[in-house]
Ligand binder design. Structure first.
Ligand SMILES: *Cc1c(COP(=O)(O)O)cnc(C)c1O
Length: 371
């Protein structure tokens, strides 16, 4: 059986380093907002090429708190529109609606799964104040043209980089393009903690300061509250673990890339549509997402051959019960993608035999299996 993701194997590969980091924190007697957090924030900001990094409790909070900070700073107000992809994970949309802002769904390019400047521009109204760009599945969006549109209309840009740690365009990484960027360190992400975690990167000193207060009850100084903040902190244990794992992020991303390249070269089946990799470094392959009109038959075929697959994501946000107000929308590209996408295993601990078996299994899927 080839499982979709083997987190134990991934974390075992760090040997005793993760355990040593945890022991160091346990023995330090300091568990929240200490040295480990500051160290990881510095390391991650510099990895992304950004000036500031603010650790928070998870990726959803990273996005929500940034929008909230822009409200506190007067850039956004309740009812303002935020452009967001129609095919994203629900968290991107939740961040917008939970801040009292209005999500405006824009259809992606079917080949890259990401939204693009032309489509964004068509959706801009007098109420549009921000763009939440998602670098979906690990592929960074076309940020130069998106930033250009944002500048022309004076819009804030928030990157959702939860799936794209390390992706770059000509060396400029996700997390250093927009006005701010939200990251998730959920265990299965390219940089994953041993629990929940998240961070915001930005080059804006005032935003960074505001976020530091918002994540800690709205307070810079203990018992002095300037905002009605929340409790959303990245704890010392997770920060210490992330510092260890950050050191090999580029290496593990390269391994993902090697596996993805093997899939792209080896899978030859006209029933399957393969993803595009983009330019060098643009894709860090958080997921390898293929499309197939006969998805349920394909899932059964791969399962019979011992290969586990997942769907990211089976229901588009505008068809979710939670978003009744969006249910009437017709977004044919998102709907088609949600019907056809299938993620095959792309775990950097897969060995050559696993990769060959997955390629062979994809290639042996035949039209006659389709009822
Ligand atoms: C994982 C993810 C999030 C949310 O991150 P959490 O840490 O689970 O809160 C947001 N956006 C996208 C695109 C994600 O994949």
């Amino acid at each position: 059986m080839i499982s979709f993701l083997n987190l134990k194997k991934i974390n075992d590969s760090f040997g005793d380093e993760l355990k040593a980091a945890c022991l160091r924190v346990i023995d330090s007697g300091w568990y929240i907002c200490g040295k480990e957090l500051v160290k990881f924030e510095d390391e991650f900001a510099s990895y992304c090429g950004a000036k500031y990094c603010i650790g928070v409790a998870n990726g959803l909070d990273a996005l929500t708190l940034t929008l909230r900070a822009w409200k506190e700073l007067g850039y956004l107000k309740s009812g303002d529109e935020v452009i967001v992809p129609s095919n994203t994970y629900i968290a991107s949309i939740l961040a917008i609606s939970q801040t009292g802002l209005v999500p405006v769904l824009v259809e992606p390019n079917v080949s890259t799964f990401n939204i693009e400047a032309d489509q964004i521009e068509l959706a801009i109204t007098a109420k549009t104040k921000a763009i939440l760009v998602v670098h979906l599945y690990g592929r960074i969006a076309q940020m130069s043209s998106i930033m250009e549109v944002a500048k022309r209309y004076s819009l804030k840009v928030l990157e959702d980089s939860a799936q794209s740690h390390g992706a770059h365009i000509d060396g400029k990484r996700a997390g250093n393009w927009g006005d701010a960027s939200g990251f998730s360190f959920y265990p299965g992400k390219n940089l994953g903690a041993l629990g929940d975690g998240g961070a915001i990167t930005t080059n804006d000193a005032i935003l960074a300061q505001t976020l530091k207060a918002l994540r800690n009850y709205g307070s810079h100084v203990k018992y002095e509250n300037i905002y009605q903040g929340v409790n959303s902190r990245l704890d010392e244990l997770q920060a210490a673990v992330l510092s260890v794992k950050l050191k090999t992020l580029d290496l593990t991303n390269q391994t993902r890339n090697r596996i993805a390249s093997a899939y792209l070269a080896g899978i030859k089946n006209e029933l399957l549509c393969l993803p595009e990799s983009g330019e060098e470094g643009q894709h860090v392959w958080h997921l390898f997402v293929i499309r197939c009109v006969y998805r349920s038959e394909l899932i059964a075929h791969l399962k019979n051959l011992g290969i586990e697959t997942l769907i990211h994501y089976p229901v588009p946000p505008h068809k979710q019960h939670a978003y009744a107000e969006l249910n009437h929308l017709s977004l044919p590209i998102a709907e088609k993608l949600h019907d056809e996408v299938l993620s095959i295993p792309l775990d950097w601990t897969l060995n050559d035999e696993d990769v060959s078996a997955i390629i062979a299994a994809c290639n042996s899927f035949k039209a006659k299996e389709i009822q």
